[in-house]
Structure formats: C-alpha cells, structure tokens
Ligand binder design. Structure first.
Ligand SMILES: *Cc1c(COP(=O)(O)O)cnc(C)c1O
Length: 378
C-alpha cells in the first residue's frame, strides 16, 4: 500500500473521532453550567486520577512546566541550592530550576534506557544539593528504587518528571508495584495534547502522598492563598481549565487501552527492525513497563538528515527528540558544563530518531512505514 495521506507523529483527530460523543457531552456540560474556573469537573478529574494512580493527592495546575516550578517552590528550595537532573531531556525540566535561581546540575544518562545515570548522581552530590529530578523519558521510568535510596542517604527531595510516562507501572525488587511518577516526594506531569494523557490545550498536575505538602502545592498554585483573600506565601496563578478537566475525565478512562495500542505499535517496529546492524530498537527496563510516549531508535552509519527528508517525501513524519543537548544551549551556558562533559547525551542527540507513535496506527500503515524505512536505509 502506498500511503497518500501524511503519516503524522500523533493523530489527535483520529483518536477524538472515537470518543467524540462522550467528549463533546462533557465539554457541553461545562459550557451549559458556565463553571469555567474550578468547576466540578476539575475536582472529579482530580479524584479519578488519585484513584487511578493510587496516590493520596493530585493537585491539578495549568501545565507541566508549572507543575515542576510549583513543586520546587513548595519544597522551599532557595537560590543557590543545587538540583540534579538529566542532561538528556526536554528543556522544561532544567528551565524551572534556573528560573527559581537554583543551580541545575546536569548529569549524563544511560545509553540504552535514556534514564539518569545513578553513579553520575552520586558523584555530583555536594552539601548544596537539595533535590534530584529524574525524567521518565519516552515512557519508561528511571530507576526510582535506587534513586530513592540515594535520596534517603543524602537527605534529598525527589521530584519526578513524569510528563512522558503517565500510566506506566514501576516494579520494586520485592515484587510490589506503583504507578510511575508516584514514588518520589512529588510527581509532576503534563496534559499537553500530544502527551499520553493529553487534553485539548494546556494542563498539568502534581502528585504526592504527603498531606502537608499537598496543601502547600495547592496553595502556591492558587496565589499562595490558604483561604480566600488570605495569602500566606508568594504563589502563582496556575489552574487546570475546567473544559480541559472535562476532556481529561473522559480520556483517563481510555489511558490503559491507549498504552496497550502504543505497545502494539512498538512491537511491530521492534519485530521489523530486530537485529538490523544499523538500528538499535528501544531497550526495555527491568524495573518499569513502557508506555511508549515515543518510539526512539538509535541509528548507526545512517545520514539522519537525509533519511528524514526521504521519509518525509514518502509521507512519513519523524522527529529528533532531542537534537541539541541542554549544555549546548545558550540559556544553560555555564562554567560547569563544557562540550564533552556528557558524552552519552551528546552521542544520543546525534543518533536518535523517533517514529510515528500514537493510538491510531493500523497494520497497513505500520507495514508501509517499516518497509519504506528498511528500503531507505539499505
Ligand atoms: C512536555 C514536558 C514537560 C512540560 O510540559 P508542558 O505541559 O508543556 O509545560 C516537562 N518535562 C517533560 C519531560 C516533557 O516532556
């Protein structure tokens, strides 16, 4: 089959068509009641998500970047405090650290699972270190069990960036499990449309099992207000829109089924690309399942730019997450970070390629993608 339609990285329209009736009714209800700000749907979604994640508190907010910022504010991190995070991530993670006057201490990642390197965390801990921010990149959890041990030993907070991995399961060595993002001091996620649980605009949330911390997170997200017109701390204005909550309430019910569809796509790619000398398919962690926010290959001896052009000519989208390491970015220029400091990250930025990954990819389309891809790389 030759596809005439462009194959996108995500297909929000196709996904919407299948749940249109339910979503439209849910949105209409908000409009009918004009409960636009903090309407009942926000609380309902919050409760649904608490039950789904088996976490005591979900605090909705305006986006994932705000979630990270509010988390760091609630933990009372002060200018000059050092926060360790991965050098191979989306900019938001490190951005808020810098924005609050904290020092982003970047550390390298593992070359196969793309998660933060545990030895590198330990090597970078100083008396000024206050927190670790692991990023569960592409849909798979970092090694939280070990990270929590390091944090405990050095008395550090752990803020999980679970923007790309909501819905996953984390498996502890003793056989217990927990939802990805609910193990650290605070978990932070995003409901950006293309995320695994995406709304139709911006949205985000924080999770915690700590009652006091939950109160503080909620307060900071609402102008530092404890009761109306009483402002105890400096806060921000970061609300989850009611219409977005109404959409998320519907989509949460489908999250597991969406993860299963994504895994099916990944299996198809895995089978097609297995043992190819120029390709390395994604490595599955032992301690977590994968919800495949992205399906990311590592290429060797392939001209990536040319390949992407050739794929595009044949209607196949592809993306490089992420093309430029954080420490090469002007905004993060620092005496701490020099070229060569994070060799794994630098290499990954040159090697990675993500293929279309979403819930609406059918067999024919997948066959077309893999066949075309294999023909092009020879
Ligand atoms: C998307 C994303 C964010 C930011 O979320 P927004 O809702 O866009 O602010 C943060 N961290 C990671 C890893 C992300 O993928």
């Amino acid at each position: 089959m030759i596809s005439t339609k462009k194959i996108q990285m995500v297909d929000l329209k196709g996904q919407y068509q299948k749940i249109k009736k339910e979503v439209d009714a849910s949105i209409q209800q908000v409009i009918d009641t004009t409960a636009f700000i903090n309407g009942p749907a926000v609380k309902e979604f919050q409760t649904d998500l608490e039950n789904y994640l088996k976490v005591k508190h979900v605090i909705p907010c305006a986006n994932g970047t705000d979630a990270l910022q509010i988390a760091m504010m609630a933990l009372e991190l002060k200018p000059g405090d050092e926060v360790i995070t991965a050098s191979f991530t989306y900019v938001a993670t490190a951005e808020v650290i810098g924005l609050l006057g904290l020092v982003p201490v970047l550390v390298d990642v593992n070359p196969d699972t793309f998660d933060i390197d545990l030895d590198a965390i330990e090597r970078n801990i100083t008396p000024k270190t206050k927190a670790i921010v692991p990023v569960h990149l592409f849909g798979q959890s970092a090694n939280m069990e070990k990270i929590m041990l390091i944090a405990k030993k050095h008395n550090l907070f752990v803020i999980e960036d679970v923007a790309q991995a909501i819905g996953g399961d984390y498996f502890f060595e003793d056989g217990n499990k927990a939802k990805t993002g609910t193990i650290g001091t605070i978990g932070c996620t995003s409901f950006f449309p293309s995320k695994n649980l995406g709304c139709y605009g911006d949205g985000g949330a924080m999770f915690t099992n700590d009652d006091e911390l939950a109160k503080k997170l909620r307060m900071i997200a609402h102008h530092g207000q404890s009761v109306q017109y009483k402002h105890d701390v400096l806060g921000v204005n970061s609300r989850l829109d009611t219409i977005q909550a109404a959409i998320l309430k519907v989509k949460l019910k489908h999250l597991d089924e969406y993860a299963a569809s994504r895994n099916k796509v990944a299996e198809h790619y895995d089978n097609a690309f297995a043992n190819h000398p120029k390709l390395k398919t994604p490595t599955r962690s032992k301690h977590s399942n994968h919800v495949f926010h992205q399906y990311t290959l590592k290429l060797t001896n392939i001209d990536r730019t040319k390949l992407r052009e050739q794929l595009a000519e044949r209607g196949i989208s592809s993306m490089v997450y992420y093309p430029i390491p954080l420490h090469f970015q002007k905004a993060f220029a620092s005496d701490r970070n020099k070229q060569g400091d994070f060799p794994v990250t630098e290499k990954l930025c040159e090697q990675v390629l993500s293929l279309p990954m979403h819930t609406e990819l059918d067999e024919d389309t997948l066959n077309y993608i893999t066949k075309t891809f294999l023909e092009l790389i020879g």
